[in-house]
Design a protein around this ligand. Structure first.
Ligand code: DNO
Length: 359
């Protein structure tokens, strides 16, 4: 297992590579070029500049996140072929700089979604990302976007880049006629278009789940359960067609048994990497993100790490969304302190599991 950390780049992150390097057991990053719009080619020069900085700090970057899929691909528009060709060019360029896994998602319009980015946790005065379906019911998609952009402390949030959201209303209108099966068919077209390039370059695609794990605003969503992922890996049978197992996204639905899902796909060698975090259920479709410690939320982190150990021990993991603690100001979910605590805790579980297995 390699422990990694999401980093947005020098001009876009409140955290430095030096700080990341000082977290015990950190091998490298799940990196991102934060300023790339969906559909654009990530050029060799841009990737090289990012990687040079990472390597100079003594870190690796074998996983890249948020190579976003253009809406035209998801909607199956004729322009999709050009965007698929661009995507293949990006895959090739990333592979040249040592990237082994690309995390992406196939969620229409929105990436992850919350109704509050800084809900105070009454027990200790920290705050974390929060979702309540009832609060969402009172908001239009435009309200939600405004709320999210206004409350992210001046940082861009993954999936909420203003450029992607400029045409929000038109896009939402177009999705009204797209069913989950249509979306899956468009997804197959995309996978058929990119996976041969992945196989050629030795890059694995890892699909991030819908977050939260159910449809929102009536949009089709097709990646939030074991059954959904069984369908996705059947769309194009390739060892490069894998999932990014995000425990908090899938875990927002209490019906998803996370250790069982890890075992199911781990055994098939279809887990490209994991985002590991805890979630506290507060009612029907209402939850907040919790500290990583099992006792702080509803997921059993020991069982999760054990399932990884048993079925995909060579994977990449990163601690996901932390709370904001110790008065840190940063990108919601992506502060330094609570994610560092999470990484150390997960590494501690890993050491205990390895030792108890005599390794
Ligand atoms: C959210 C992240 C996601 C993820 C993308 C991949 O915090 O985990 O934005 O990186 O869905 O495309």
């Amino acid at each position: 297992m390699k422990m990694t950390f999401r980093w947005y780049g020098e001009s876009s992150d409140s955290i430095t590579l030096r700080q990341i390097k000082q977290i015990p057991g950190m091998s490298g990053l799940m990196g991102v070029l934060d300023d790339k719009a969906a559909g654009e080619v990530w050029t060799e020069e841009e990737i090289k500049a990012y990687m040079d900085g990472v390597h100079a700090a003594g870190l690796e970057c074998e996983v890249i996140e948020s190579v976003n899929v253009h809406e035209d691909i998801k909607m199956g528009l004729p322009t999709r072929d050009q965007y698929i060709a661009n995507y293949c060019a990006t895959i090739r360029n990333l592979a040249k700089y040592g990237v082994k896994v690309i995390v992406y998602n196939f969620m229409p319009v929105f990436d992850w979604l919350r109704t509050d980015l800084a809900r105070e946790i009454p027990e200790d005065g920290s705050n974390s990302l929060y979702f309540d379906e009832q609060e969402l019911g009172n908001m239009t998609p435009v309200d939600l976007v405004r709320n999210t952009i206004d409350n992210c402390n001046g940082f861009t949030l993954p999936g909420w880049e203003p450029a992607r959201l400029a045409e929000l209303e038109t896009t939402l209108e177009r999705y009204k006629t797209i069913t989950p099966d249509d979306l899956r068919a468009n997804y197959k077209y995309f996978l058929d278009g990119i996976l041969p390039t992945c196989e050629e370059c030795g890059v694995v695609m890892a699909c991030h789940p819908d977050d939260p794990a159910w449809p929102i605003f009536g949009l089709p969503r097709i990646a939030h359960s074991q059954e959904d992922y069984d369908k996705i890996i059947a769309l194009h049978d390739s060892p490069c067609n894998t999932l990014c197992l995000c425990t908090g996204s899938l875990g927002s639905d209490p019906d998803n048994d996370i250790p069982a899902i890890i075992r199911h796909f781990g055994k098939k060698n279809r887990i490209g990497c994991l985002h590991v975090r805890n979630v506290k259920h507060l009612g029907h479709r209402k939850f907040r993100e919790a500290a990583h410690l099992s006792a702080a939320g509803d997921l059993d982190m020991y069982e999760i790490m054990k399932a990884v150990y048993e079925t995909c021990p060579d994977t990449y993991i990163r601690p996901d969304h932390g709370r904001m603690i110790w008065d840190e100001v940063g990108r919601p979910g992506y502060g330094l302190y609570d994610r560092a605590l999470g990484a150390v805790y997960l590494n501690g579980l890993w050491e205990a599991i390895c030792k108890s297995e005599g390794k």
